[in-house]
Design a protein around this ligand. Structure first.
Ligand SMILES: Cc1ncc(COP(=O)(O)O)c(C=O)c1O
Length: 442
């Protein structure tokens, strides 16, 4: 596949106004470690994705990947701006309903959907994409019991297309020429309780090469046209998943002395063009316009989440040119720091630069926040801001030795508001039990 060079927007401006004085005020008011979300930035990114996709195809919609940043207060802000919900579990489905999201605006994906969750989603009229055959069987049974007909989407992957991920859904190779795919489609459309209403795929994550998305658009176009020609099926939705990159480099990309590479955020317009252009022949052939669903996670959130952490102490330095410091955030807070080198902003004076190792506070050998990078001589109380942590980090943060930190919405200036309080020993105590025969320890 040719490497289509990504057209890139000017360097990402997220958190550029979050200076030392704001950092100090936030640390005092909310404490550290602390996750921070740049409200204006994330809303502008949503608008850019909505605008770029709808410009090329009016029935495009942006569905937020809930698991990427599962902070209900943030999801509510995005829903208020017209984003739909993409959920992958009954828990996420319930949260979407709790946020007053109409079921018609919820896309229910994922490899495990319980019967009770499917009943709810079917009764509500949510969009369901099926991951495997047993799930189709169960939906059929439920639909029969409910005396209804359910339009389902098929999650597919294209094993021969060289996509980064092929882990979920049904393999499609050679479209309906493949007897297995043909049998699957017939099995759905011949059921009195099912119809084939959608196609879905999700090809990977942190993808900067837009040619993968163009390929996906082409594969969907060809397969959907075949379904139309052979069976007269007109789909109600095509769901192209997520996968577009954010700004943080993988550790192996963060090469060179500085190790502080930060990628510009991929251009929403170039992305939309890559996916939508090859799909237009199919989309324009339909009597009733289909929904074109996008499920951005990383590219929507990553640049607009940061982590504020304080230096708690220094280790003796091996030599004058290197340093090791301990921060109050660690792998329990930035669980993917072994995969990504998140960009670091330092608020200390820029002098006495030395290669610095940033360790976390847990008593774990692997607790390192970044590969060694050049930083000024840091001392206790200095603040660091990790940028590019808005996707998967808040969702993956966990209580291990220290509790999960809270999340604050940054509204410009020094204005901030809690979206999630930090976990405390009180929350812990609500779940933990002492055996009855050792009650004296309770
Ligand atoms: C079905 C589906 N949609 C969307 C996403 C969001 O992906 P990304 O964060 O790469 O945009 C994922 C992530 O794995 C996914 O599985």
């Amino acid at each position: 596949m040719n490497n289509t060079l990504l057209q890139q927007v000017p360097a990402n401006k997220a958190f550029s106004q979050f200076d030392e004085s704001v950092a100090r005020q936030f640390a005092e008011q909310f404490g550290t470690p602390l996750f921070i979300i740049d409200e204006a930035g994330v809303l502008a990114r949503l608008q850019a994705l909505q605008g770029a996709t709808q410009k090329l195809y009016a029935n495009s919609l942006i569905s937020i990947s809930y698991k990427t940043n599962f902070v209900p207060g943030l999801l509510a802000l995005l829903h208020a701006e017209g984003a739909h919900a993409e959920v992958v579990s009954g828990i996420e489905y319930e949260v979407a309903r709790g946020l007053k999201e109409p079921a018609q605006k919820i896309i229910f994906n994922g490899p495990m959907k319980l019967d009770a969750e499917l009943v709810q989603a079917i009764e509500d009229g949510a969009i369901i994409n099926c991951d495997h055959e047993d799930e189709i069987d169960r939906i059929e049974k439920i639909a029969e019991q409910l005396q209804t007909k359910v339009g389902i989407g098929m999650r597919v992957h294209f094993p021969d297309a060289g996509m980064p991920w092929n882990r979920f859904g049904f393999p499609v190779t050679n479209g309906l020429q493949n007897p297995k795919t043909l049998a699957l489609v017939k099995r759905i459309i011949e059921s009195p309780n099912l119809s084939l209403s959608g196609l879905h795929s999700h090809i990977g994550t942190n993808i900067r090469d837009l040619s993968y998305f163009a390929k996906l658009g082409q594969l969907f176009n060809d397969f959907a046209l075949e379904l139309k020609d052979v069976f007269g099926i007109e789909l109600s939705w095509i769901d192209v998943g997520g996968g577009l990159a954010g700004i943080a480099p993988y550790i192996e990309e963060s090469t060179g002395e500085n190790k502080i590479t930060e990628f510009p955020l991929p251009d929403a317009g170039a992305y939309a063009e890559a996916v939508i252009t090859p799909l237009l022949p199919y989309l324009n052939s339909l009597a009733k316009p289909a929904m074109l669903i996008f499920e951005p996670g990383r590219t929507l959130f990553e640049a607009f989440g940061a982590l504020l952490t304080s230096v708690v102490g220094r280790r003796p330095e091996a030599d004058d040119n290197s340093a090791a410091v301990i921060c109050d955030a660690g792998i329990n807070t930035l669980a993917t720091s072994y995969v990504y080198d998140f960009p670091v902003k330092c608020f200390a004076q820029v002098e006495n630069i030395r290669q610095t190792q940033l360790f976390g506070p847990t008593c774990n050998q692997k607790d390192q926040l970044h590969t060694p990078l050049p930083l000024p001589a840091l001392k206790s109380g200095d603040l660091l801001l990790f940028a590019g942590v808005g996707s998967y980090c808040m969702a993956f943060s966990y209580s291990f030795i220290r509790f999960r930190p809270g999340v604050v919405l940054w509204r410009g200036g020094s204005e901030g508001e809690w979206l999630r309080k930090p976990e405390t020993i009180k929350h812990n105590a609500q779940l933990e039990l002492i055996p009855k025969h050792r009650k004296q320890y309770a």
